[in-house]
Design a protein around this ligand. Structure first.
Ligand code: CP
Ligand code: NVA
Length: 327
């Protein structure tokens, strides 16, 4: 089966289609009649999707379970204390057993190798619900949010070419798939991280490869100076400075990231476009963005969170219902 482990798994046109389908389903389901489109109705009736989560989740769990329910399927949540995995049973055995009884596996793991291994041995599609390297469902929702914030009339693309994202903060899983997606969609991304917290080399190779295979690649720039990244940016983005599993490093990280908090003053100093907007995958902590920006009129974070549902519907339709055919 075809799996969704990273945005790197998608051709540029496929990413565009997933974002467009998310938008189409959102529009249809939120219309006055609120009806589930014909193609989705009962598409997973009588089927179970295993939701194997080794870490906490609000958005990813609710959006994927909601998407499966929208298509008539039954999500089965398997938290780390519910199943034998890791205590009495190997990942290999778990992959064989889960995939023998379900239509798909949605998995949130620590090391990316875990979700890659699961996919290798699973006989049904595996969707990465966050690993330490990638968060593809977040990226689909994020580009839907960018497209809604910067609407275009293009019939073939999302019309995002030439926009500039500034990522200010930690180099992490959410950034990596966002940067890969940006390359594929012709969006420029400049990344400001403190010294010692840069994007690792093997991920840069993946980002550069994404650029080299895109018909109109975005530009990718790295700096240690937030203001430099912000210059002419349309969208300012950040995420937590302390990802799940890094809690013991909290004090060290808060110190290293001083000066990286997104504020209106920083945006002004850096010379963001007048129309700049703010995005964050959530959950948010006040150190990476102050309340004025986070709750202010430029922030699209709650639209972005809702878009997780529409992105999940689009991805599950493509990978589970249509078996990896993205159309
Ligand atoms: N953005 C995101 O993935 O949130 P959760 O951890 O709540 O799923
Ligand atoms: N970078 C964060 C994202 C959470 C959705 C983490 O990995 O904890």
């Amino acid at each position: 089966p075809r799996h969704l482990l990273s945005i790197a798994d998608l051709a540029p046109a496929e990413l565009t289609t997933l974002v467009r389908n998310a938008h189409r389903h959102k529009t249809a389901i939120k219309a006055a009649t609120g009806e589930v489109p014909h193609a989705l109705r009962g598409a997973l009736a009588g089927k179970t999707v295993a939701m194997m989560f080794s870490k906490r989740s609000t958005r990813t769990r609710v959006s994927t379970e909601g998407a499966i329910a929208t298509m008539g399927g039954s999500p089965m949540f398997l938290g780390k204390d519910d199943i034998q995995l890791g205590v009495n049973e190997s990942l290999y055995d778990t992959a064989l057993v889960l995939s023998s009884m379900t239509a798909a596996i949605v998995a949130r793991v620590g090391p990316h190798a875990d979700v890659a291994d699961l996919a290798k041995h699973s006989s049904v599609p595996v969707i990465n619900a966050l690993s330490d390297l990638y968060h593809p469902l977040q990226t689909i929702a994020d580009f839907l949010t960018v497209a809604e914030t910067h609407p275009s009339t293009s019939a073939t693309s999302l019309g995002l070419e030439g926009l500039k994202i500034a990522w200010i903060g930690d180099a992490n899983n959410v950034l990596y798939d966002l940067a890969i997606g940006a390359m594929k969609l012709g969006v420029d991304i400049s990344v400001a991280t403190p010294s010692g917290y840069e994007i690792p080399k093997h991920i840069k190779t993946v980002i550069e490869h994404a650029a080299s295979t895109s018909p109109r690649a975005g530009k990718f720039i790295e700096t240690r100076v937030p203001e430099d990244a912000i210059k002419n940016a349309d969208i300012l983005v950040t995420d937590t400075w302390v990802s799940m599993g890094q809690e013991q490093e909290t004090a060290k990280r808060l110190k290293a990231f001083e000066g990286f908090q997104i504020t209106a003053e920083l945006a002004k100093r850096g010379g963001a476009k007048d129309s700049w907007s703010f995005m964050h995958c959530l959950p948010r902590h006040p150190e990476e963005v102050n309340d004025d920006v986070f709750y202010g009129p430029r922030s699209v974070v709650f639209r972005e969170a809702e878009n997780r549902l529409w992105a999940a519907i689009s991805a599950i339709e493509a990978f589970v219902v249509n078996k990896g055919k993205i159309q």
